[in-house]
Design a protein around this ligand. Structure first.
Ligand code: GLV
Length: 309
C-alpha cells in the first residue's frame, strides 16, 4: 500500500521526505520513479500532468496538496467517483491574508506608483488615502476569505464579502448570490478575488463587473488566472475606471514574456506566491486523512464534485 506524489515542479522530494519523516512506515513514491501502480491508494497531486492519474486503478482518493482543486476537475481523465480532498490550513489562510493586506496597503499609499516615479526621478505627491476611505470587497468567504475579513477588521478596515451561500461574520457586511452582487460591487473600492475556480466563476472578473465598481477601484486577484478576462482589465485600467491591480495568478504560469501585464505600470505581478502550502503545516492533515482512509472513516476537507470546490 503506498502513496504517489504527482506534480511537475521541483518539490516532489520535499513532500516525499516530509511524509516519510512524519511516518517512516508509509511508502511514498514520486510518479517518475519505478513503482507498482496497482498498490497505490492515494495520489497527492499539484498541477499533475493531465492523464497521469488514469494509470492508477486502485486509488481510494485523490488529495490536492493545495487549497485549490480546479486542476483536478480540468483533467477529463481523472478517475470518476473518487473522493477528492483539498488543504484547509491556518498557515495557508494567514499567508494569503498577509499578501492581500500588503497589496491593499501598497495601493493605499501608492507605493508602486512612487516606485515607478523613482525610476523617472519624479517628485509628485499623490492624493492621501486612509484605511477609513475604503470598503474592501472580498469575493469568496471560505477558509481564506473569512480569515482575511477578520484580519481586515483588526486594522479597522471596512471589509464586506460576497459568496454563493449566505455567510455570517461578525462586523462584516455579507452579500449573497447573483441578486446581491451589484450592491456588493458598487460599494467595493478594493475588490479581492479569493473564489475557487469553477465553471461558474471562470471569467467572473470581466468588463461587466468592472463597470459596476466605483471609479478608481483597485483589483487584487490571488485566486486563479482563469477568473480574470485579461483584456477587460487592461481596457478598464486604460479608460481610468480601474486604478490598478495586483495579480498573483495567471492563465498561463509563468506569465508569458509577451503578455501586456509585464509592461503595465499599474499592474503589479507576483509569481503565484501569495500562499503556498508549507509541508510542516500540511503533512499532518494529509496523514490524518491517510489514517482515516485506512480505518474506513470519513475523510476531512472533502470537495464537492457538483460545486467544484
Ligand atoms: C494555491 O494556489 C493553492 O491552491 O493552494
Amino acid at each position: 500500500m503506498s502513496i504517489v506524489i504527482i506534480r511537475q515542479d521541483d518539490k516532489i522530494e520535499l513532500w516525499k521526505t516530509a511524509i516519510e519523516t512524519a511516518d517512516p512506515n508509509i511508502k511514498v513514491y514520486s510518479y517518475l520513479e519505478p513503482h507498482d501502480k496497482n498498490l497505490v491508494e492515494v495520489a497527492l497531486v499539484w498541477k499533475h500532468p493531465k492523464g497521469s492519474l488514469a494509470a492508477y486503478s486502485n486509488l481510494k482518493y485523490i488529495a490536492s496538496t493545495g487549497a485549490g482543486v480546479d486542476f483536478i476537475f480540468e483533467d477529463e481523465t481523472t478517475p470518476k467517483d473518487l473522493p477528492i480532498t483539498r488543504v484547509v490550513d491556518t498557515m495557508l489562510a494567514s499567508d494569503m491574508s498577509e499578501y492581500v493586506l500588503a497589496a491593499i496597503f501598497s495601493f493605499l499609499k501608492h507605493l508602486n506608483g512612487y516606485k515607478v516615479d523613482q525610476f523617472h526621478k519624479v517628485w509628485k505627491p499623490r492624493p492621501y488615502y486612509r484605511i477609513s476611505d475604503f470598503n474592501i470587497g472580498i469575493m469568496g468567504l471560505g477558509a481564506l476569505g473569512t480569515v482575511l475579513a477578520k484580519d481586515l477588521l483588526r486594522f479597522v478596515f471596512k471589509p464586506q464579502g460576497w459568496s454563493n451561500s449566505k455567510k455570517v461574520i461578525q462586523g462584516v457586511t455579507t452579500y449573497q448570490g447573483e441578486t446581491e452582487f451589484g450592491s456588493f460591487l458598487s460599494t467595493s473600492q478594493v475588490l479581492v478575488c479569493l473564489l475557487p475556480l469553477t465553471n461558474k466563476t471562470t471569467g467572473i472578473l470581466n468588463a461587466g463587473i468592472f463597470e459596476q465598481l466605483p471609479i478608481g477601484a483597485y483589483l487584487i486577484n490571488a485566486a486563479r488566472g482563469g477568473h480574470l478576462v485579461d483584456q477587460d482589465l487592461l481596457d478598464y485600467i486604460d479608460n481610468g475606471h480601474i486604478a490598478g491591480a495586483t495579480l498573483d495568478v495567471f492563465h498561463q504560469e509563468p506569465l508569458p514574456l509577451t503578455h501586456p501585464f509585464w509592461e503595465n505600470e499599474k499592474i503589479n505581478i507576483t509569481p503565484h506566491y501569495a500562499s503556498v502550502s508549507d509541508t510542516d503545516s500540511v503533512v499532518p492533515q494529509l496523514l490524518e486523512n491517510y489514517g482515516r482512509m485506512q480505518r474506513g472513516e470519513s475523510l476531512l476537507n472533502l470537495v464537492s464534485e457538483l460545486k467544484g470546490y
